[in-house]
Design a protein around this ligand. Structure first.
Ligand code: NAD
Length: 238
């Protein structure tokens, strides 16, 4: 799991640990990552954490190697880390564009490259890439982020084809607006919530646990015939 120290990622780490799965996660935020590992790591559970800046592919490879050494090769990979900072299209420089791609897309490709050989050796696996419905809704105010998120779908389908013969499934989970701490701190307001509710078919706000449950399903054998597709958790947001 990447970006497992907070937000949806932390909920997913928790959900897998509560199933007594061996969980390994990486995150830039070492303090929160260590705290989550310590909180969940008791009662015989195996929860491993490696601090890592995923924008640095050498660091990603080091961290994934350390998690393999701690827990054995992963048969599930959740490519979750991202950062939805707002930015105006006029102010985007080539360096900032590259940084957005490194934060929101590039590491997913190299995480798959790092994890796939272990899954091939194990006879199969499940990879979940986190997308976003922001680009589909033609959401503005963060065009480099939405460009990266749209690309996740192409990456998912190409890897589903290339890894399918090894019984490795690759899917995209597409969250709507999920009520994480970061969203609440930065962007939730009464007006924004009311506007958003009107766009959803369902009236309730989406808590991170609902995304975690979709990812658990896709990781499980119950999803054995699900690959190359998008699984929306957006309460019918149009
Ligand atoms: N929350 C939403 O409403 C929403 C909506 C659509 C899509 N998503 C997607 O769901 C996923 C999780 O989103 P979230 O809202 O929980 O995000 P978040 O910002 O709350 O958490 C992201 C985690 O990734 C980590 N991270 C960021 N950059 C990193 C880096 N360079 N190296 C290592 N770790 C890094 C952060 O430290 C953080 O723990 C993302 O892929 C996001 O694009 C979220």
């Amino acid at each position: 799991m990447t970006g497992g120290a907070s937000g949806i990622g932390a909920e997913m780490v928790r959900a897998f640990a509560e199933q007594d799965a061996k969980v390994g996660f990486v995150d830039l935020d070492a303090e929160r990552g260590e705290a989550l590992k310590d909180e969940l790591g008791g009662a015989g559970r195996r929860v491993a954490f490696e601090p890592c800046d995923l924008r640095d592919i050498a660091d990603l490879r080091r961290a994934f190697g350390a998690l393999d050494a701690a827990n054995g090769p992963a048969t599930v990979l959740v490519n979750n880390a991202a950062r939805d900072d707002r930015h105006g299209w006029e102010s985007v420089t080539p360096d900032y564009f590259d940084e957005r791609m490194a934060t929101n897309l590039k590491h997913m490709f190299f995480a798959i490259q790092a994890a796939a050989p272990g899954m091939i050796a194990a006879g199969g696996g499940s990879i979940v890439n986190m997308g976003s419905n922001s680009w589909w809704e033609a959401g503005g105010g963060m065009p480099a982020y939405t460009t990266a998120k749209a690309a996740v779908h192409g990456m998912t389908r190409s890897f589903a084809r290339d890894l399918g013969p090894h019984r490795i499934r690759v899917n995209t989970v597409v969250p709507g607006w999920i009520m994480t701490e970061r969203q609440k701190e930065l962007w939730v307001s009464e007006a924004a919530i009311e506007k958003h509710r009107a766009r959803q078919c369902l009236p309730d706000l989406i808590e991170p646990v609902f995304v975690a449950r979709m990812v658990l399903f896709l990781a499980s054998d119950d999803a054995a015939m699900c690959t190359a597709n998008n699984y929306m958790v957006e309460a019918g947001s149009i």
